[in-house]
Design a protein around this ligand. Sequence first.
Ligand SMILES: [Zn+2]
Length: 234
Amino acid sequence: MTIVLNQLPSTIQDSVARTRQRVSDLHAELPRNELVVWTAGNVSERVPGTDLFVIKPSGVSYDELAPEFMVVCTLDGTKIDDGTPDRLQPSSDTAAHAYVYRHMEEIGGVVHTHSTYATAWAARGEEIPCVLTMMGDEFGGAIPIGPFAIIGDDSIGRGIVETLKTSRSRAVLMQNHGPFTIGTDARDAVKAAVMCEEVARTVHIARQLGATIPIPPETIDRLFDRYQNVYGQH
Ligand SMILES: [Zn+2]
């Protein structure tokens, strides 16, 4: 049975509307931070307190996005009757986002891009080593490589979850494909996507003139702990 958005309780409809606004607004950060070309990147966010999430429609350019075009899906990746035009289907990466939400309950946001430097590491199947203090802060270590997987079943989602469950990183570079990032909400996942590309670029540039210097694991632990628990406006 299809879920109809305007038949849900008004509190849930309000929550969906706020999530659609956030997800629509956050998509502007992808071209602004030079993480995407054309329409190839997407942001999603779990609707708080529900088994729904909101994601970009497939094939719509970033400057045409508006909150009412954001597609609402159940956690199996099926579009609900959400008032968007029938021509608007959810992103082709929806199954991967849905798999993450089903298997990582604490995760509230997912971002996928093909940002250039992160994807270059993915093309080599090489993890980004933790050689910058900001990597220790943000990712708690190396940014890992996920398995080679193509669209069509749950293999991309499974690869993301299996890789990130054994890492402190909020970013995974899917081999030959590109980065997926996760966060407590969509904004946190977008930040991880921006930071992932930044460190991919810096470490790549560092490599051009010589070997990079590893940071000792116990120092990475201290950086990560301080940044996650002490830094900022708590
Ligand atoms: Zn992709």
